[in-house]
Every structure is written in C-alpha cells, then in structure tokens.
Design a protein around this ligand. Sequence first.
Ligand SMILES: [Zn+2]
Ligand SMILES: [Zn+2]
Length: 196
Amino acid sequence: MSFCSFNQHRHRADGTRNTATSPMLSRCTQLLKRQNIRMGTYDTAQICLNGHVITSSSSYGELRKNFCPKCGEKTIMSCQQCNSRIKGHYHVEGVIGFSSFHVPSFCDNCGQPYPWTDRSKKAAYDLIHFSESLTLDEKHDLNNSIDDLLKDSANSNLAGLKFKKYAAKAGKEVANGLKDVLIDLVSETAKKAIWG
Ligand SMILES: [Zn+2]
Ligand SMILES: [Zn+2]
C-alpha cells in the first residue's frame, strides 16, 4: 500500500477533513508524481534449501540467518548454478509496501530449479512411488503432471486435471502429502483448480 494512501490521509489526526490545499495532501501528490517516474529496486531474498523464507529484504542485515530456524538447513541468497541473486521484496522509494513475497521455483537468470523445487519434486515422486493403488503408467503420468504444474505452462490445466484424478486414486494419505509438498510451489491458477 502506498504511503500516501488516500484513506489514510483523508482525515487529520484531530478529525478535521483535509482539503485539497493541505500541506499533507500536496506533499502526497508530489510523492505520487515522483513515484510514477521512479522505478523500484529488488532487495535480495534469503531462503533455506528447503524453501523457507528467512527474509525477502536481506539488505537489513539483522534479518539474515546462516541456518533456517524452522528446519536447520543452510540458507542461500543466490542461485547455486549461476550465482545470480534471488530477487526479494520490491522497494519503491517513498512507498511503504506490504506486498507478499512468493518463493520463486526457478532462477530467472539461468532457468534452473532452485534447490527447494528439486527437493519438493523428489518428495512428491517418493510419495507417488509409495502409493499401492496406482499402476506404474499412472505413477509416471502423475510425475509428469507435477513437472508441468511447477512450470505454470500451457499444459498446466491438463496437468491439474490429471493430478486431481490420480491423487484421488492414490488415496487420502498420499494426496494430503502431495498437497503439503507442492502447495507453495504451484501457480495460483493451478492451486485453485486443484485444491479450490
Ligand atoms: Zn528451512
Ligand atoms: Zn541461476
């Protein structure tokens, strides 16, 4: 939300209504004008190898941690394949933002999956392998649909349908396990299509 949110400043602290000529409002207008021509910058995110976000604003040094307090894994701030930094919170000067940070699945510089994406995929494959109600072909098909779901491609819709069908057949335990492992990695569209 913008620092100059209109509702926030419509009334002064003493309850009187701001007018168009109030210093506060004209300052806001100036700031908003400046924002239109000023691009923001990305902070660097710090994330553990299992995908837990330590901070989306690692420029605040005190927020950084060498190891994850949730799982004890090492934390990283850059892609391990190409060394490009992991983009975090998007800062625009003069704007206090509360945008939610979404953990990226793939590096936007080299296209390789981040370690947490690979680990979740592996965990999902293991769960599928564990299922006794799916045939080998169905397991294979379900594995492929997970790849498509993570990539958020044109195949995502079909992948979502397949996933739903096979997850139901695999049984409640496996289906719930897959949901836990994958829910943070699939796109919003796929999330809605599969889990509502
Ligand atoms: Zn962790
Ligand atoms: Zn990379």
